[in-house]
Design a protein around this ligand. Structure first.
Ligand code: NAP
Length: 329
């Protein structure tokens, strides 16, 4: 039987509609919308698309989102100076520096930049202070992709507490925070990576399998316990016709898309997994839209938290929302 689709686009739409009243009330009260400063360095085409989508969604949600661009040859000091400017700006509640940064900025550039963002404006949840809070399960700003995956599981009625969860990938931005969020929701979690021995048999123990490695169609049916919920975070741009022909039959939507564009975004999970899994998130239309929805949510949360601190606003609205969500679990 074909797996149930975990519809990230629908869940993202629901989150955006829930965020809308908070955006409206913040804007009315503060006299300005919540603000997001996005920094893009260089001209990586994939980053360009991601950033454009973020700007568009933020604008549609009533946020102010501005793009600050630096050339690929800009020195790291210029980027750090720009971050510092955004840190001090009254107009921006959230700051996002799109990764990856150009190699020319040096091997530790990302770390230095993420360290430089004010933790209360760090809507990507990558500052060590926010990561530490996540480890202690008292985070306010959490990395958008993994928190989006939790929303997807919750709103698709996939039980997390007591489940065996396996996360493939251990990056700071996806794998590690994903594992922590699942742990805090009482799953028993295993993290796998490129040195994991006999990965398929470890993955096969999972009731919830999350793959975030960026290897197209790597997770085949032998990785998946029948009935498991499988979340495909990976996105790889594939131009290899032979691979696309192996994965998608002639006449299918995906194959047609490849014929039109000469390239296709493919997830980590092989299409054959749909025959084994109980639920599966598609690529595209799975985790991608959720990442953006959570970015909007984090920006509004950061704006409200800052207003509560600096203007003495009460936190009633936020507290009530949180209590409602906890009660619903
Ligand atoms: P990353 O920093 O490159 O990390 C990849 C991880 O995968 C590493 O931990 C690596 O293990 C592991 N890995 C690589 N090859 C492996 C293999 N053959 N077997 C087992 N593990 C392997 O990537 P990332 O930033 O976490 O992103 C992962 C994927 O998610 C990418 O495709 C990215 O485009 C996608 N992504 C999607 C969204 C979205 O919104 N949809 C958001 C973020 C990321 P080692 O640590 O041992 O090297």
């Amino acid at each position: 039987m074909a797996a149930r689709a975990l519809d990230g686009a629908a869940v993202a739409q629901a989150i955006r509609s829930e965020v809308a009243p908070s955006v409206a009330s913040f804007t009315a009260r503060a006299g300005r919308p919540p603000g997001l400063g996005i920094v893009l360095v260089g001209d990586d085409p994939a980053s360009d698309i991601y950033v454009r989508n973020k700007l568009k969604s933020a604008g549609e949600a009533g946020l102010r989102a501005d793009l600050k661009r630096l050339s690929a040859s800009a020195p790291l000091e210029d980027l750090l100076a720009l971050v510092e400017q955004l840190n001090h700006s009254e107009s921006y509640d959230g700051i996002l520096v799109q990764s990856p940064l150009p190699d020319a900025m040096g091997p530790d550039a990302e770390r230095r930049v993420f360290d430089a963002i004010r933790p209360d404006k760090d809507v990507d949840g990558l500052h060590p202070a926010n990561v530490g809070r996540l480890v202690q399960n008292r985070a306010t700003l959490v990395a958008c992709t993994p928190s989006g995956v939790i929303e997807l599981l919750d709103r698709s009625n996939v039980a997390i507490a007591g489940a065996r969860a396996v996360v493939i990938g251990r990056s700071d931005i996806v794998g590690k925070p994903m594992a922590l969020l699942l742990l805090h929701r009482h799953a028993t979690v295993t993290i796998c990576h490129s040195r994991t021995a006999d990965l398929p048999s470890v993955a096969r123990e999972a009731d919830i399998l999350v793959s975030a490695i960026g290897r197209p169609a790597f997770v085949t049916r032998d990785f998946v316990k029948p009935g498991a919920a499988v979340v495909d975070v990976g996105t790889s741009q594939v131009t290899d016709r032979a691979l696309v022909e192996r994965l998608f039959p002639a006449g299918s939507k995906r194959r047609d898309a490849f014929e039109r564009r000469g390239a296709l975004v493919v997830g980590d999970v092989h299409p054959e997994v749909a025959e084994v899994a109980g639920a599966l998130s598609p690529v595209p239309g799975g985790v991608g839209p959720l990442t953006i929805a959570m970015l909007l949510k984090n920006t509004v949360a950061a704006a409200q938290a800052r207003a509560e601190r600096t203007r003495g606003w009460g936190g009633t609205e936020r507290r009530h929302g949180r209590e409602r969500r906890l009660a619903a679990r």
